[in-house]
Design a protein around this ligand. Structure first.
Ligand code: GLN
Length: 233
């Protein structure tokens, strides 16, 4: 049986190159001999049942539209509650929360898969490079994270949601130095890059969840390591 990896609405939420996350997951699973089926669902198409979903970042308008489409479909909600893995980046992070603030102060109800809430802040938009130290105790060892952020919203985590990391540079969630969130098999972050290209250990973590294996055989990540060293990680 192949591992189904589905990118949600790359046409709406593809502004920051987050579609690359599914490609990284696909390659890292394929290199280890797993069979992968990579799917991309565009606006208006039905959302298939998959083992691992990726949802990326985008502008407020497409973000609101993607939220409405996902609510209408209900498939993501059901699949995640049935144990599918979900990687949600930036707008995706905000969408899967309880609510988020969109343009013109409009408050939009999210999917409620994650107990987080996104508000607008008077501070300037958070734009730039981020480094963060992983803290979520459930994740085992993952090296420091690197990525870039570009968002107006600030996300407050509810009880039962662990921060993914603490920022050492940049803004992240904008509350208490936290960055991203983890709950069950949902991993959310503000990091683009794409985040899994910059942080392959995070890709492997998601793959172990989706494949139901305790660990994966190591790959030659010398190129990634050189890039990370160049960025001071
Ligand atoms: N539109 C959202 C915000 O500005 C998300 C941006 C993004 O996905 N990069 O907060």
């Amino acid at each position: 049986m192949s591992l189904k990896i589905c990118t949600l609405y790359p046409d709406l939420l593809g502004t920051y190159g987050d579609g690359g996350n599914a490609l990284i997951l696909d390659r890292r699973a394929t290199w280890r001999g797993y069979e992968v089926e990579r799917l991309a669902v565009r606006a208006g198409e039905p959302v298939p049942v998959a083992d691992l979903y990726c949802i990326g970042g985008g502008e407020d308008g497409p973000q609101v539209r993607a939220t409405a489409l996902l609510k209408e479909s209900g498939t993501l909600d059901g699949a995640v509650r049935d144990g599918a893995v979900l990687l949600a980046v930036c707008a995706g992070f905000q969408i899967i929360g309880r609510r988020f603030a969109a343009a013109e102060g409009r408050d939009v109800e999210g999917l409620g898969l994650l107990d987080v809430e996104t508000v607008r802040s008077d501070e300037p938009r958070a734009v730039g490079e981020v480094t963060a130290t992983l803290t979520a105790s459930s994740l085992g060892h993952v090296p420091a994270l690197s990525g870039f952020e570009n968002h107006g919203g600030r996300t407050r985590l509810g009880a039962g949601v662990e921060p993914l990391a603490f920022v050492t540079k940049g803004v992240g969630n904008g509350f208490g130095g936290t960055e991203g969130a983890v709950a069950g098999r949902i991993l959310a972050t503000y990091l683009h890059g794409p985040v899994l290209a910059r942080n392959p250990a995070l890709a492997d973590l998601l793959l172990t969840w989706a494949l139901h294996v305790p660990e994966l055989e190591p790959l030659d990540d010398a190129l990634h390591d050189a890039l990370r060293t160049e960025r001071g990680l």
